[in-house]
Design a protein around this ligand. Structure first.
Ligand SMILES: O=CC(=O)O
Length: 319
């Protein structure tokens, strides 16, 4: 439609891209076809915008929301939303969505990759060859087999379920802990992580970080997992008491760890650098072009649903 001064009216809904300077939404340019984007809380548009995209771990606090009196939707671009004040959003009647299933298969693949790497010492063996030690030292120390391991999954949401599916195919047995037992799931359920650890060779941590799950992997759980036990974390660093974990690893009180997330990213405890039974990764379990593509679609679908008053595609749910 043309306005009186012959300018074409822009019907694209207004959306705030809320991001830290260092975080850009992958494939952000594609959103411009559908939405009018701006990215500053100080812009005049802030008072009328109804939806924001929260990029990566950028925080959404009560203070952020104070700048946005018309806001009704926060679209998260990650599975975990511990950086969003969910209680405050609820109080203000603001709906919140997350990445839904967009990243789950990629994260599950990565959890399995970390586990295989730790058990079979792939990264350590690579360092052994590259550093020229093979001709001098001969055999490399044995790793151990994945098949037959008892896997304890902490958080059987979309990611945890994908991890379970993969590890069953490797010949592992699976049990899980989550907030509630899932009636349709046949894997054994443990109401607390300690009991799960007692009955597992490996814990794979993939639940959301909340007040209840902060340091859910503590000294008692690590003790229960034991000297032959392994831990993989693809959830959030603060799900694990990192200081305790470092002590357990340094003292050989657990078998090893594969860690994609840390309590104080991008800082990683230096004590871990010397340990060959630990695989370290810079929070990239989700990062593939396929995952970014799927994420982009979920974001667009949630926004389109919101602006046409249809049900949201991936309202945030805690496991
Ligand atoms: O860490 C990544 C995510 O939560 O999607």
């Amino acid at each position: 439609m043309a306005t009186e001064d012959n300018e074409v009216e822009d019907h694209r809904p207004l959306v705030l891209i809320h991001h830290l300077p260092s975080f850009k939404l992958p494939l952000q340019d594609r959103l411009i076809t559908h939405f009018r984007l701006f990215d500053s809380l100080a812009s005049p548009e802030a008072s009328s915008v109804r939806a924001l995209i929260c990029v990566g771990p950028t925080t959404v606090t009560a203070d952020t929301l104070d700048h946005l009196p018309s806001l009704r939707l926060v679209v998260g671009s990650s599975a975990g939303l511990d950086h969003v004040d969910l209680a405050e959003c609820r109080r203000r009647g603001i709906a919140v969505t997350n990445a839904g299933d967009a990243n789950s298969e990629n994260v599950a693949d990565y959890a399995v990759a970390l586990l295989l790497d730790v058990l079979r010492r792939v990264s350590a063996a690579d360092r052994f060859v590259r550093s020229g030690l093979w001709p001098q030292m001969g055999e490399y120390p044995l790793g151990c087999k994945l098949g037959g391991k008892r896997i304890g999954i902490v958080g059987l949401g979309s990611i945890g379920s994908e991890v379970a599916k993969r590890l069953v195919a490797f010949g592992c047995t699976v049990a899980y802990n989550s907030r509630n037992k899932k009636p349709s799931v046949l894997y054994p359920y443990y109401a607390n992580v300690h009991d799960l650890a007692v009955n597992s060779d490996v814990l794979i941590v993939c639940c959301a970080l909340t007040n209840e799950t902060h340091h859910i992997i503590n000294k008692d759980v690590l003790t229960a997992l034991g000297r032959e036990g392994f831990i993989i974390n693809v959830g959030r660093g603060a799900l694990v008491d990192e200081k305790e974990l470092v002590q357990f690893l340094v003292q050989g009180e657990i078998g090893g760890a594969g860690l994609d997330v840390f309590e104080n990213e991008p800082n990683v405890p230096k004590e871990l650098f010397a340990l060959d039974n630990v695989v370290l990764s810079p929070h990239l379990a989700i990062s593939t072009p396929e995952s970014f593509e799927a994420l982009n679609e979920v974001i667009i679908a949630n926004l389109k649903a919101f602006f046409s008053s249809k049900p949201l595609l991936s309202p945030f749910q805690q496991e």
